[in-house]
Write a protein that binds this ligand. Structure first.
Ligand SMILES: Cc1cc2nc3c(=O)[nH]c(=O)nc-3n(C[C@H](O)[C@H](O)[C@H](O)COP(=O)(O)O)c2cc1C
Length: 180
């Protein structure tokens, strides 16, 4: 039986979301509200609360990187999501390292499995988060990719996916439209 709620209950069962680290200039923050919105050109959207220091950096610099780290870095992700860049240099107190920055000065984190280099093309003020839509200018893929991404369950809990299967492609699936 399904229970109906008018708003998100505080006891909401986990809704796993992939946790990433967003870098804008030298600052980093944890981000789990994100999604692809176009394949060609490849575009990505993120939702950021206005009170976050990252929000003002995104408005000022118009670009960011999204760093997808392995599950083993959940503690670093969590720390980047509980402190503010206008109060502390989060990157320097983390165990993360960065050899290069992207052309806009945003960090490409060495430990990431993959990194999207993004330029903001549109902004949508919405509820208590602003949606930033961005062109993904480049994708960096780690040759030592771990592939066990960190899933954020809420309330300081993290997990990683444990099952994998492949659906057999059916012969009657339309080929005229691009599939996922
Ligand atoms: C795993 C995790 C995911 C988060 N996802 C988001 C998100 O998608 N959008 C957002 O605005 N804040 C999110 N937060 C909260 C911010 O990361 C947090 O407010 C952070 O301190 C902001 O840092 P800043 O002030 O340096 O920008 C998340 C926090 C955690 C721990």
């Amino acid at each position: 039986m399904l229970q109906r709620y008018e708003t998100i209950p505080s006891t909401l069962p986990p809704q796993p979301r992939v946790a990433a680290i967003l870098s804008c200039q030298n600052n980093i923050m944890a981000l789990s509200w994100h999604m692809p919105i176009s394949r060609e050109p490849f575009r990505y959207a993120i939702a950021v609360r206005e009170e976050n220091h990252t929000h003002s950096l995104l408005v000022e610099y118009g670009s960011f990187t999204l760093n997808f780290l392995p599950f083993s870095f959940y503690d670093e992700i969590d720390k980047a999501g509980r402190t503010h860049g206008d109060e502390i240099d989060k990157f320097s107190v983390s165990t993360l390292t960065c050899d290069v920055v992207d052309p806009n000065g945003n960090r490409i984190i060495d430990q990431a499995d993959y990194v999207y280099e993004c330029s903001i093309i549109d902004t949508y003020q919405n509820g208590d988060h602003t949606i930033f839509a961005a062109d993904v200018r480049a994708i960096h893929i780690n040759e030592n990719m771990n592939a066990h991404l960190a899933l954020f369950l809420g309330h300081g809990e993290y997990a990683t996916a444990s099952a994998h299967s492949r659906v057999r492609q059916s012969s009657h699936v339309s080929t005229s439209k691009r599939s996922f």
